[in-house]
Ligand binder design. Structure first.
Ligand SMILES: [Zn+2]
Length: 496
């Protein structure tokens, strides 16, 4: 019998693929210096309307005129650099500063430090989706009927969504509604390295009223005791965020977005109980009554804020906007990729992102990704739509990076390229300050220090109308249509 060496307990067997498997240049277990033509930290710059930028080699395009000055600036160490150690950022500076820093450090074996140069690219924090539905498909139906395989299929959908987000440069996401707490399990699997995906901040099922908006997610409550129980149960199930449906919504037939679903007292108890347990809180709120109650209850995050009224029109309320600004609440106006197209056809539903921003409200990039017609892969188009509705480009970039991190309870962890933050970053060809389109041209995606090679993603068909094919009597146009018909009938039939 030949002598077969059995590994001792605790010994690594050596059953690993080569480090280059999958084309990953960064394995998350090394010290690596990354350099590019510039680095956007994710923070605001000193001058109004600017971003903080480290190093800035002239952007001349691949073979552009003036390539000489760009080359000279690179040779002089004028680009931006970030030094990663495992999953952390050790240092950020110009290339020259990073090289000087490296040579001054006696604790690092310089010979072991890798280097990846990305001339022509911009380094910046990984993007953040603040309002996600990982389980759902982003196609025609919110929750497809998977029969007995529902949990398994929804879990696989979530794993696919996670890869899809990373593939477009999104390295953190806040899940704001997931049946069966699947988002919690997916978060754990990603943290454990079982599947690749962005950092997930998980809410589990949205808390709503019986038959209220998204009741099908499975968390209906109708009394203070039920509210306390449901928040505590969510805590037990391991959520990070408590998401409450403060108003009705467009995607649940029979729930009116302009009416609040909970009283002030109910929301006060819900938010206080969530905060007592150390949870982040988010409220879905369309109409002013629900926005107002959520903000007064002390919620951290408001989704939608469309200011929609029973007349089916968004009617901005400046006093409420000021109250939101004073409260410091983060707001996603859910400006999706198809919003410009929707507004061109009918501008009655128009979340006032620009006006809120002018009133000092902290707008972030949340798209309700995963609901019908809003695929995860449409993230950058959603940022372009946010610019289209009036946010300056620098604000959009903040809304997708540092401010988005703060908006999902991850301030100080991600969203900024600075010493001590986790190594969630992307590199893009060109300079996104010139055009957000540059964000599509990813030259590097890194999540917690490890590179992710994007999956190939196909485009999705553009919907030509609001009917969202096959959804039946839900969706903005349908919901508004029903209410307008009711109002019109009452007006034209004043029977005695
Ligand atoms: Zn949502």
């Amino acid at each position: 019998m030949t002598d077969y060496p059995l590994p001792a307990p605790g010994e690594i067997t050596g059953w690993t693929t080569p480090p280059t498997d999958g084309g990953e240049r960064l394995d998350g277990r090394s010290t690596v210096l990354l350099t590019a033509d510039r680095l956007i930290t994710g923070r605001r710059g000193d001058a109004p309307g600017t971003l903080e930028v480290v190093g800035d080699v002239p952007d001349v395009g691949p073979d552009g005129e003036g390539a000489g000055p760009a080359e000279a600036a690179r040779r002089a160490g004028g680009g931006g650099a970030v030094l990663l150690d495992h999953k952390r950022i050790l240092f950020v500076g110009t290339v020259a500063e990073a090289e000087a820093h490296l040579s001054s450090r006696t604790d690092l074996a310089v010979a072991d430090i890798g280097r990846l140069d990305l001339p022509g690219s911009t380094l910046m924090p990984g993007l953040i989706e603040t309002h996600d539905h990982l389980l759902t498909s982003g196609t025609a139906v919110e929750y497809p009927d998977y029969g007995p395989h529902e949990v398994a299929r929804l879990t696989l959908n979530a794993a696919r969504s996670a890869r899809e987000l990373l593939s477009v440069g999104v390295t953190s996401t806040q899940s704001l509604g997931a049946r069966h707490y699947i988002d919690v399990a997916v978060r754990e699997a990603i943290d454990n390295g079982d599947v690749r995906g962005p950092r997930v901040v998980a809410s589990g099922p949205q808390i709503t009223t019986t038959a209220g908006h998204s009741y099908h997610a499975g968390a209906e409550v109708d009394s203070l005791d039920q509210i306390r129980y449901e928040v505590r149960h969510h805590h037990k199930m391991g959520v990070d965020t408590i998401k409450v449906m403060a108003t009705g919504g467009f995607m649940t037939g029979g729930s009116a977005p302009w009416f609040a679903q909970f009283s002030q007292g109910e929301l006060d108890v819900l938010i206080a109980e969530a905060h007592r347990l150390g949870k982040w809180t988010a409220a879905h709120a369309h109409g002013v009554q629900g926005i107002e109650r959520a903000v007064r209850a002390g919620v951290d995050y408001v989704a939608h804020a469309s200011f929609i009224t029973a007349d089916g029109r968004s009617e901005f309320d400046p006093a409420l906007a000021d109250e939101m600004a004073r409260a410091g609440v983060y707001v996603d106006c859910t400006i999706t990729a198809d919003m410009p197209q929707m507004l061109r056809r009918d501008d009655s539903y128009a979340p006032p992102a620009r006006q809120l921003w002018e009133h000092g409200v902290k707008i972030v990039a949340g798209h309700d990704a995963g609901i019908p017609a809003v695929p995860q892969r449409g993230y950058v188009a959603g940022l372009e739509a946010l610019e289209w509705v009036g946010l300056p480009r620098a604000e959009v970039i903040l809304a997708a990076t540092s401010r988005a991190a703060a908006a999902i309870g991850c301030a100080g962890i991600t969203g900024v390229l600075a010493e001590g933050f986790e190594a969630d970053l992307i590199a893009v060809a060109g300079d996104p300050r010139e055009s957000l389109d540059a964000l599509r041209d990813l030259t590097l995606v890194v999540t917690r220090g490890r590179e992710f090679v994007p999956d190939r993603l196909e485009g999705v068909p553009v919907l030509l109308d609001d009917s969202l094919g096959g959804l039946g009597p839900i969706g903005p146009a349908a919901t508004l249509g029903v209410w307008r018909t009711l109002a019109e009938r009452r007006r034209t039939h004043p029977e005695v």
